[in-house]
Design a protein around this ligand. Sequence first.
Ligand SMILES: C[S@@+](CC[C@H](N)C(=O)[O-])C[C@H]1O[C@@H](n2cnc3c(N)ncnc32)[C@H](O)[C@@H]1O
Length: 277
Amino acid sequence: MSAANAKQVEYWNGRVGERWARRHLRIDENLQQITPRVLEFAGARVGETALDVGCGAGTTALALAEAVAPGGVTAIDISRPMLEVAKARAVEAEADIAFHLADASDFAFAPSFDLVFSRFGVMFFADPVAAFANLRRALKPGGRLRFVCWRTVAENRWASAPFEAAKHLLPPQEPSDPFAPGPYAFADAARVEKILRDAGFRDVTIAVLDCSFYMGADADEAAQEALNVGPLAYAARDLGDAARAKARDIVAAMMGQFATPAGITPPAACWLVGAES
Ligand SMILES: C[S@@+](CC[C@H](N)C(=O)[O-])C[C@H]1O[C@@H](n2cnc3c(N)ncnc32)[C@H](O)[C@@H]1O
């Protein structure tokens, strides 16, 4: 593993990784609009070989395995708790998936994949150019890269609206480097394009994906969810019970603006990123 990614290894194997592993079905509900769009964009075909980078609890690896069978899928992640869930699900589904608990930025892949794919798993590399150069080497000649990542946190109202509503209850937040490894590190499309070109990819395409993020059936459930996932959840992680309850009430009061017949579904803003090896 690259020592430069040690902080991410610690993060995804600690409280956060455990919580993601426990809540993986809920995360799939959150992302129910996004997942089919990125899988369609990836266009996995029967007989292909695919690599799922930062595969988490395995939802997209399983979907890819179904799409490429009898081809095969390899899935890699640094998070032991999430990978354990993914492995158990693959056994249950009798899916042909090879798992690696390893850092995708420097893992010695054979150049064997038609598709390198990720759902929100490639924004965490300390050295993104080196990491994507390594992922490019994993592709066969003519292979493709396809992933989805977040645009700015401001455009992602599911993330920014709860945070803004409860900001006055939170401890002072350190100003953060917008390009530091993290969920919004790829918000700047020009930067993403340069990273991929510098890593040796060609024909880079970056397309807007505007959809929504499912927060819950009603405002109370959505407010609870905002304390489980996204920037408010992170900033409120050490709040006491009284302040958490207050934050939940304030967030619930503003969630009504995002109500639809399908539940509370604030806007989600993503990039669909493609490139050729
Ligand atoms: C936001 S989660 C997304 C997980 C999964 N793709 C999903 O959509 O549910 C990011 C994932 O990337 C993984 N990750 C972060 N850095 C990584 C690295 N250098 N190599 C492999 N996986 C990494 C994390 O452990 C985590 O599972």
